[in-house]
Every structure is written in structure tokens, then in C-alpha cells.
Design a binder for this molecule. Structure first.
Ligand SMILES: NC(=O)C1=CN([C@@H]2O[C@H](COP(=O)(O)OP(=O)(O)OC[C@H]3O[C@@H](n4cnc5c(N)ncnc54)[C@H](O)[C@@H]3O)[C@@H](O)[C@H]2O)[C@@H](O)CC1
Ligand SMILES: Nc1ncnc2c1ncn2[C@@H]1O[C@H](COP(=O)(O)OP(=O)(O)O)[C@@H](O)[C@H]1O
Ligand SMILES: [K+]
Length: 490
């Protein structure tokens, strides 16, 4: 797992570490790491660039008044010593880090008001973790005027809200962000994550001083491998978990087919379907055992209810039957609408519930649209309803009822296609049935669904929900084999 820490948490850790080191050490570590990454980028082939390498490259620095500008100027001084032509533009009056500016001039760089119109590399050292959202006017003007081969954000893309990932005003859009010491929420959450580009972490020795609980968690392949229930020699189809799918209707039979496709791609050993689209499911998936009603379905280890399910009296009755079972439940689509209208059906439930709203469904449940701070928005709903919440979107967020927030690092906009949420929900129910906790099942489902979207989109511009379901087994295989260890069991 990776974590992202708030600006205040980073400052606390930095204060502890700085107390043990000579003054300026951390900034030099940051600048050295930044300069190394910039040199690497300048050596790479790039379509808009006339030459490769540091020597002779044009590097422009937008330098703000604080330590973020200091990092950028010290890194630029290192590049100037290696023969880069460096121009630094103070963007907040004349205020720049004085020691770093002197180092740059000593190395042959220049402080200027008007840099060249084109540069190979633009270093955004306007604002770091001390920045409020928005950019000073001079930075906005320079960004508009300069044609840069590569834009590198120093620590964070300036202008974003570091702790929430919101972008309420202008902000830098970087090709690469070089983060110091730890990731921050803006790197992985909300619109700010779109401004971050590729993320590079420079280790400045902060790790041991960071709070063990990051503000936002990010799953990696190794987490999925550790959580996944691999069947063993003593397992049978029941011990692997039975998943029940209450989805679809005569009007929307496709939702039943897609949700069961997702469930079949998961680790559970048995998929039962309960609903009025049984004929369609049977025809498409002979391995699914079908009944017309939830009450007839028998015992399951997890239920999915909601996709294409309807919101009438009969649907409400079926939802009540699902919620009466002692098993964990995923509620999606029409089940979320019903919960919004009849919140009391959720009370007195002890087994885990995962809700999977998109923004409009969130609004129905919470009473207002999710705030730009999507981590806090998901956490607020999770707390209010005592459930796990998976808030869908470009950077899907998962929040547990006790305030744990996860940002999903996989996925692509092509996943916004009708039925792709049905596949996600079915797959998640299978993870729950295999014994994963609600929060882990939500995190793992988003991760693997996103990865499946990537596999399905390889070589294609468009994908369908069926393509995503078909790609799920490969996504699982690639993710688990990336960290395969012999004899691994849950
Ligand atoms: N503290 C440390 O030990 C380290 C800090 N480092 C760097 O220091 C950065 C933080 O530096 P600072 O705390 O100096 O903060 P910043 O460099 O983010 O700048 C804060 C300054 O900008 C002004 N400002 C904030 N928002 C503004 C806005 N929207 N428009 C105009 N002006 C605005 C503030 O009034 C303040 O003067 C980190 O991001 C990182 O780059 C690194 O050198 C690593 C070590
Ligand atoms: N812009 C986007 N970028 C990446 N993924 C997206 C985007 N918009 C939606 N998604 C993903 O696509 C899926 C759509 O689910 P949903 O809205 O429930 O569709 P449906 O109800 O048609 O199945 C979710 O996994 C969501 O996270
Ligand atoms: K910056």
C-alpha cells in the first residue's frame, strides 16, 4: 500500500527529521532528486525538442516566494552547472528564496522577467505544500506564454488544493510531478490528480517520521495478492464462497447478465441468480444457478442487489429479503435509489454493506452532490449510513465507515460505458463472498475493474461492459502474478 499525507502531517514529519540534520539538508536532498529526474527527462527523446541531454537545454523556472521555489532554484542550479541554459522568473513580486537564487546565479543561471518563449523543460516551483488554491497572475501569464517541451511540477502542481485534490481555480498541469518525502492527497484524488501527470517520489528520509495512518491510501498489486483467496486442495465450490445476484428485470435483463459476468470472474466458487431475467442469464451463463426470487435462492456468503432491478414495490420487497440475510451485501443502482427513499431498510444490519454510487446516486443518498473533496464526501456518507462507500468517477474513491479513505489508481474514461458498473458490482460481490472485508472488496474491485478496462482498451478506442467482464480474469492474473510468492494463502 502507498499512502498520501496531508500538508500538516508532512510538516510535522519534516520538523522531526530536520531537528536531527544540519540546516538545509532536506532542501538539498529534494533538489538533488529533482535535478536527477529533470536530467533523465532531458535525455529522453521528446517530439517537441530539438536536442537531447542537459548540456545546452533551455530550462525555465517559475519561482514562487517559498521553499518550493527554493527547491526548484537549487535543482536548476545543478542543471546550470551541467551546461543547461537556465532562466528563472520570480512570479510573486521579487520574492524568491534568496540563498537558492544566489546559488543559481553563481552556477550561471539568470533571474529574468521575460524568459524565452520556448523551453525544453519548465519547472513549476510556484507553490508547494504552503500554497493556497489558485495561482498568482504572473504565473498564469507565463504559463500561457511559454511553449514548454516538458512541464515538471515541484512537489505538487501549483494551484491545486493539496489536502483535498480540489482544483477550484487555475493550477499548473504537469507532465511529471516530483514529490518529496511522501505523496500528498492532491496526487491521487479528484481533479488535482489529473494535473499531476506521472508521479515520481524522491526519498528524503521522511518515512520513519510520518504518521502510520496516511490521509489517503492507494492499493498496489501486492495488497491484492495478499487479500485474494486462492483456492487450496481442501476447498470446494461452497468453501470458496457462494455469491447471490439480485439484479435485472424483464425490462433490463442485460444488467442481470452483466452483473453475473462480473460475479463469475471473481474468486467465489458458485454464482446464484435470483430475479425475473433468469432465462437470459441461464442462456448466457449456464454455470449460474437461477431462481425467480431471493427467498428461493438458498444460502449465500454475499449478495449483490440493484442493477436493473427496478424501484417498484416488488423490488423493494426483494431488497428487504436480501438485507434480511446475515451475509455482506453490495448495493448498486436501483437499490441505492430505494435506500434513498426508504433509509430505514438499512438499519439493524450487522453484516457489511458496500454502496457504489456515482455522483447522482450520491446526491439521492446524501441530499447534496459530492463536494470537490471526494475523499471527505465518500467518508461522510460512509459514516452517516455506517457502510463502505465506493464513489465512482475518474479517480474512484472508497471510504470505510470509520474514516479510512482509499484512492483507486487504475481505470480510464472509456470505463464510463453503460453496464460497466454492473460488472464492477458483481465482481465485488464475489470478492465479498470469498471472505474479503467490505472495504477491501471495494478497493480490490475498483482496482481490478480499472485494470480490466486497460486490458480491454489495448489496441481499441472504445470498449463495452462485456469487454471489461471478459478482461477481468486477465487483470486478476496479471495483478496476482506480479507479486507471486510460492505457497501464498490468504
Ligand atoms: N519543510 C521542509 O523541510 C522541506 C520543504 N520542501 C519544500 O518546501 C515546500 C513548502 O514550502 P513553503 O512552506 O515555503 O511554502 P510554498 O513554497 O508553498 O509557498 C508559500 C508562500 O506562498 C504564498 N502563497 C500561498 N498560496 C498562494 C497563492 N495561491 N497565491 C499567491 N501566493 C501564495 C504564501 O503566503 C507563502 O508566502 C514544499 O512543497 C517543498 O517543495 C522541500 O525542500 C523538502 C524539505
Ligand atoms: N471519467 C471516468 N473515468 C474513468 N472511469 C470512469 C469515468 N466515469 C465513470 N467511470 C467508471 O465507469 C463505471 C461506470 O459505472 P456506472 O455509472 O454505474 O455505469 P452503469 O450504471 O451503466 O453500469 C464505474 O466503474 C466508474 O468508476
Ligand atoms: K509546485
Amino acid at each position: 500500500m502507498d499512502g498520501a499525507w496531508s500538508a500538516a502531517a508532512v510538516r510535522r514529519a519534516e520538523a522531526q527529521l530536520m531537528a536531527q540534520l544540519p540546516p538545509g539538508t532536506l532542501m538539498q536532498r529534494a533538489a538533488a532528486g529533482l535535478a536527477t529526474e529533470c536530467a533523465r527527462l532531458l535525455r529522453e527523446r521528446s517530439p517537441g525538442r530539438r536536442r537531447r541531454g542537459v548540456y545546452g537545454a533551455t530550462v525555465t523556472v517559475l519561482a514562487g516566494p517559498g521553499d518550493n521555489g527554493g527547491d526548484a532554484l537549487f535543482a536548476a542550479a545543478r542543471l546550470a552547472k551541467r551546461g543547461a541554459r537556465v532562466f528563472a522568473v520570480p512570479v510573486m513580486g521579487e520574492r524568491v528564496h534568496p540563498v537558492a537564487a544566489a546559488a543559481l546565479t553563481r552556477a550561471g543561471g539568470r533571474l529574468v522577467a521575460n524568459p524565452p518563449r520556448r523551453c525544453d523543460l519548465l519547472l513549476d516551483g510556484v507553490l508547494g505544500i504552503g500554497g493556497r488554491p489558485g495561482l498568482p497572475g504572473r504565473a498564469i501569464d507565463q504559463l500561457a506564454a511559454i511553449d514548454a517541451g516538458t512541464v515538471v511540477a515541484v512537489d505538487v502542481p501549483s494551484g491545486v488544493d493539496v489536502d483535498t485534490g480540489a482544483v477550484p481555480a487555475s493550477a499548473v498541469t504537469a507532465d511529471v510531478t516530483v514529490a518529496f518525502g511522501s505523496y500528498k492527497p492532491c496526487h491521487v484524488l479528484g481533479r488535482a490528480a489529473l494535473h499531476t501527470g506521472r508521479l515520481v517520489l524522491v526519498d528524503i528520509g521522511l518515512g520513519p517520521h510520518l504518521d502510520p495512518h496516511p490521509a489517503v491510501r492507494v492499493a498496489r498489486d501486492g495488497d491484492l495478492a495478499a487479500w485474494w483467496h486462492e483456492p487450496g486442495p481442501d476447498d470446494d465450490k461452497y468453501t470458496r464462497g457462494v455469491v447471490g445476484v439480485a439484479a435485472g428485470s424483464e425490462q433490463y435483463p442485460g444488467a442481470a447478465v452483466l452483473a453475473t459476468s462480473g460475479a463469475l470472474a471473481g474468486p467465489a466458487g458458485y454464482v446464484r441468480y435470483a430475479g425475473t431475467a433468469a432465462e437470459y442469464v441461464r442462456r448466457r451463463h449456464p454455470e449460474v444457478v437461477c431462481t425467480q426470487e431471493v427467498k428461493e435462492a438458498g444460502r449465500v456468503q454475499a449478495w449483490l442487489a440493484g442493477p436493473g432491478f427496478g424501484t417498484d414495490e416488488a423490488s423493494l420487497t426483494e431488497l428487504r429479503h436480501v438485507l434480511e440475510s446475515p451475509a455482506p451485501v453490495v448495493l448498486d443502482a436501483d437499490a441505492l435509489t430505494l435506500i434513498g427513499e426508504y433509509p430505514s431498510v438499512l438499519t439493524q444490519r450487522e453484516a457489511p454493506v458496500v454502496l457504489t454510487p456515482h455522483d447522482r446516486e450520491y446526491e439521492r443518498l446524501y441530499g447534496s452532490a459530492p463536494a470537490e473533496d471526494r475523499g471527505a464526501a465518500a467518508a461522510a456518507l460512509a459514516k452517516r449510513l455506517n457502510c463502505t462507500v465506493l464513489l465512482k468517477g475518474h479517480h474512484t474513491v472508497v471510504a470505510s465507515s470509520d474514516g479510512e479513505v482509499w484512492a483507486n489508481p487504475t481505470g480510464r474514461p472509456q470505463l464510463a460505458t453503460a453496464g460497466s458498473g454492473d460488472v464492477l458490482a458483481g465482481f465485488m460481490a464475489s470478492l465479498l463472498a470469498s471472505g474479503m472485508s467490505g472495504t477491501r472488496a471495494a478497493v480490490a474491485a475498483a482496482y481490478l475493474h480499472g485494470r480490466a478496462g486497460g486490458i480491454a482498451a489495448t489496441g481499441h478506442r472504445t470498449i463495452t461492459a462485456t469487454d471489461v467482464a471478459k478482461a477481468l480474469p486477465q487483470a486478476v492474473g496479471e495483478t496476482l502474478s506480479a507479486t507471486d510468492t510460492p505457497g501464498r494463502r490468504r
